[in-house]
Design a protein around this ligand. Structure first.
Ligand SMILES: Nc1ncnc2c1ncn2[C@@H]1O[C@H](COP(=O)(O)OP(=O)(O)OP(=O)(O)O)[C@@H](O)[C@H]1O
Length: 303
């Protein structure tokens, strides 16, 4: 059972602070690293994979520092976000080369096993340049799995995949985790993380913002005040009814409609139709106006 431990880890590039004092533990099973673009997810993953040195703090695997420690690299498999640069090689040649780089005793057998694990046997003889996005992702997975590491790090593995490819990859990740591996994958999409990860770490602007199972993270995100834009047949009358009802913290009349800050998301969305019906007002449009992921994340950080 492998555990990655990050203690007060920071990483800066010149005067850009990409990761700022992050402390967290990643154990067996699937952990989702969730955060908006530019939050520092890739930087964190590269430090966990031994590709990048922390500027301060420590990143260890089962107590051993990862940076510049080739012994530990044998326990790590990293699937980077970028497309593979070996388009001229066949899948099989690529995986065999990786097996040889790891100096595995029987590279051919290891390559065959890894290709089988990701169900790419049927395309192993074709050049990677002709693969679909999902196939490329799977061959990258095979390259990270060729030495059978107990830890697998995946940077935005679902980016650009269609729903079928997504399901296939989710299934593969789940199988890898069921074998006792420690798997961490990054994403900026909550639903993706929710479906796959038993544990979630949220990172925003380089800082650790929250951690827990998806129910906890979901609750943190939905409990925040929600802002809605409401258009109706009589905004003024509706505003009075909403205020009287008490489910909104503030109501503002604007030229686009009513801007309502709801205290409780579920209660408000459930009560609004009733309140408007009782007031004799027709609802034309109810749309959340602050649902961008950035605003959800900044709420988490500001707590
Ligand atoms: N080599 C670098 N030189 C300078 N700044 C960098 C470098 N790599 C990353 N950064 C900056 O560090 C911050 C974190 O980047 P990082 O790629 O780790 O985030 P991310 O969460 O993985 O984002 P994305 O999902 O967009 O890749 C960003 O502000 C980015 O511009």
């Amino acid at each position: 059972m492998s555990e990655l431990v990050l203690e007060n880890v920071s990483r800066w590039y010149g005067n850009v602070v990409a990761v700022n004092g992050v402390t967290m533990k990643v154990g067996p099973g699937v952990t989702g690293l969730l955060g908006p673009n530019g939050a520092g997810k890739s930087t964190l993953i590269h430090m966990m994979g031994g590709f990048l040195a922390p500027s301060s703090g420590s990143v260890t695997l089962d107590g051993t520092p990862i940076w510049r420690n080739p012994g530990v690299y044998r326990s790590l498999g990293l699937v980077p976000e970028r497309e593979s640069a070996y388009d001229f090689l066949t899948g099989e040649q690529f995986i065999l080369a990786m097996a040889k780089l790891h100096k595995l005793p029987d590279p051919r057998a290891a390559a065959r096993r890894a290709i089988g694990l990701v169900e790419m046997d049927y395309a192993a003889g074709r050049p990677i340049g002709n693969y679909s996005k999902g196939m490329k992702q799977r061959i990258k997975m095979a390259s990270a799995l060729v030495h059978d590491p107990p830890v697998l790090l995946l940077d935005e593995p679902f980016n650009g995949m269609d729903p079928r490819q997504r399901l296939q990859l989710m299934d593969l990740i789940q199988r890898m985790a069921a074998e006792g591996r420690t798997i961490l994958f990054s994403s900026h999409i909550l639903e993706e993380v929710e479906r796959l990860a038993s544990h979630i770490e949220v990172i925003v602007a380089g800082r650790h913002a929250a951690s827990g199972d998806f129910r906890k993270i979901r609750r943190l995100m939905t409990d925040r005040p929600h802002i809605f834009l409401v258009r109706s047949s009589d905004d003024r009358r509706l505003a009075a009814a909403v205020i009287a009802d008490g489910s909104a913290r503030s109501v503002q009349l604007t030229d686009k409609g009513l801007r309502v800050e709801a205290v409780d998301f579920q209660r408000f969305t459930w009560l609004l139709p009733q309140v408007s019906r009782d007031a004799g007002v027709r609802l034309w449009e109810v749309s959340p106006s602050d649902e961008s992921l950035e605003s959800v994340f900044s709420y988490l950080v500001a707590r």
